[in-house]
Design a protein around this ligand. Structure first.
Ligand code: DX5
Ligand code: ZN
Length: 218
C-alpha cells in the first residue's frame, strides 16, 4: 500500500501569483502539485495551459506536476504538457480517442500516466487499462470547479479498483479529487485511496503545515 500523499490543487491558489502558491506548497516540503487543465468543452470552465507549467518551472518550482487534463482531445496536448514540465499526465476515459496509445505516448515522453473517471463512469470502464497506468484518478465531484461537496457514493468505486489492484498485484496509485478534506480523505483511505488532491481545504486552511501533517497520518 502506498503511503498517503497530499497533492494541493493549484486551481485553488492565487491566480494572480501562481508561483507564490506553488512555493508555499514546496516550503511545506510537499512534493506534488495538482494542476487542473480545462478546455471549456469537456468541462464548462477554463483554467491553465502548458505555458502556466513552463512559467512555474522558470520561476524555480521543482514540484512534481500532477497534471489533470479535462480535455475532449487530450492526445493533442500530451507533447506540449510534457515539454512544459509535467511529471504525470492523466487523461479522462470518457472522450473518444485512442486511450491505450495515448497512455503509452505519455510514458514514451518520460512522464507517468494516469486514467481518470467521472462520477458517472463505472470502474469497469477502465478495468482493462489498469496494467498500463501509474495512477487511477477517481473524481469525487463532477469536474470543472473547485469547492464542491464530496460524493460519498464514489466510495464503492474506490473499493472495487483497490480490490483489483490487490488481486492483480498492480503498482498504480489511487487518487481522489474533489471535496477532499481530512475527514473525506480518511473515508477514501479506508477504501484504498493513497493520493489526495485538496484545493479549497488546503489553501483555506488556517494552519497549512498542520493540515499537511495530518495527511501523513491517514
Ligand atoms: C475539479 C478539479 C479539482 C479541484 C478540486 O474539477 O479537478 O482538482 O481543484 O477542488 P476542491 O478540493 O476545492 O474540491
Ligand atoms: Zn483535478
Amino acid at each position: 500500500m502506498h503511503a498517503p500523499l497530499l497533492a494541493p490543487s493549484l486551481l485553488a491558489g492565487d491566480h494572480a501569483n501562481l508561483a507564490a502558491s506553488a512555493r508555499l506548497v514546496e516550503d511545506l516540503r510537499l512534493s506534488w502539485l495538482h494542476c487542473d487543465i480545462m478546455d471549456g468543452h469537456f468541462v464548462p470552465n477554463l483554467s491553465f495551459s502548458p505555458e502556466t507549467l513552463a512559467a512555474l518551472r522558470r520561476a524555480g518550482s521543482a514540484l512534481f506536476f500532477d497534471t489533470h487534463l479535462m480535455l475532449d482531445e487530450p492526445h493533442r496536448y500530451i507533447e506540449a504538457f510534457a515539454k512544459a514540465g509535467a511529471n504525470l499526465i492523466s487523461v479522462h476515459i470518457e472522450p473518444t480517442y485512442e486511450h491505450v496509445a495515448t497512455l503509452a505516448r505519455i510514458r514514451a515522453l518520460g512522464c507517468q500516466n494516469g486514467i481518470v473517471l467521472n462520477p458517472a463512469t463505472p470502474a469497469a470502464a477502465i478495468e482493462s487499462l489498469l496494467p498500463l497506468v501509474d495512477l487511477v484518478l477517481v473524481m469525487t465531484v463532477q469536474p470543472g470547479f473547485g469547492g464542491q461537496s464530496f460524493r460519498r457514493d464514489m466510495l464503492p468505486k474506490l473499493r472495487q479498483i483497490d480490490q483489483w489492484r490487490r488481486e492483480r498485484n498492480l503498482p498504480f496509485r489511487l487518487e481522489v479529487d474533489g471535496g477532499i478534506d481530512l475527514a473525506t480523505a480518511a473515508e477514501c483511505r479506508a477504501e484504498g485511496a493513497d493520493t489526495f488532491v485538496a484545493g479549497t481545504s488546503f489553501f483555506k486552511a488556517a494552519d497549512r503545515a498542520q493540515f499537511a501533517a495530518n495527511f501523513t497520518k491517514l
